[in-house]
Design a protein around this ligand. Structure first.
Ligand SMILES: Cc1cc2nc3c(=O)[nH]c(=O)nc-3n(C[C@H](O)[C@H](O)[C@H](O)COP(=O)(O)O)c2cc1C
Length: 162
């Protein structure tokens, strides 16, 4: 048996995209920075991410049907840190971030590199987190700009193409 610290050390070798996931339920919105975003299936179009069961986002997702995944640009480190801060209230999150609402009342943040608008398919308890699977109904991607990457405990830019 290895402990979580050993897993964390190994995962330092794995670069991830940095996203902010937003959702809404019971009159409350919430967003959080999520690095575990991945695609699962093309037909049907499914994506997934993990959310800690301690997160406020987890609580709001439990009653949600819709969510939006925003892929951040390499000049959006501040936004990533902002949405990784548990001490911000949901009201503060929205007040301090330029956004619009989609037709389901879910916040869409301005200026992301790509935006995936999703229906929540399942949330399954997996260890200390839940694995969220979502069906993508719309994708908006911007050709200009590069993604923010999290690698070896820090933010990075995408390097040279090999
Ligand atoms: C780059 C980065 C990636 C993260 N990825 C995840 C993730 O995949 N799952 C998760 O539960 N928390 C992740 N976090 C931590 C959450 O953003 C943070 O705990 C957040 O405040 C939890 O949501 P809450 O404010 O709704 O409680 C990540 C943080 C950073 C900075």
């Amino acid at each position: 048996m290895i402990d979580g610290q050993k897993l964390r050390a190994g995962m330092r070798a794995v670069p991830t995209a940095v996203t902010v996931v937003t959702t809404a339920s019971n009159g409350r919105t919430r967003g959080a920075t999520i690095g575990s975003f991945a695609s699962v299936s093309l037909e049907p179009p499914l994506v997934c991410f993990n959310i800690s069961r301690d997160a406020q986002l987890h609580e709001v997702l439990m009653d949600a049907t819709r969510l939006v995944i925003h892929v951040l640009r390499d000049d959006q480190i501040e936004l990533s840190n902002f949405f990784a801060n548990k001490d911000r209230s949901s009201e503060e999150q929205l007040a301090q971030t330029p956004h619009a609402f989609d037709e389901h009342g879910v916040p869409i943040l301005k200026d992301a590199l790509a935006v995936f608008s999703c229906n929540l398919v399942s949330m399954s308890e997996t260890g200390d987190s839940s694995l969220v699977v979502a069906h993508v109904d719309a994708v908006y991607s911007n050709e200009d700009g590069d993604p923010l990457v999290f690698y070896n405990r820090g933010y990075c830019r995408v390097g040279d193409r090999l």
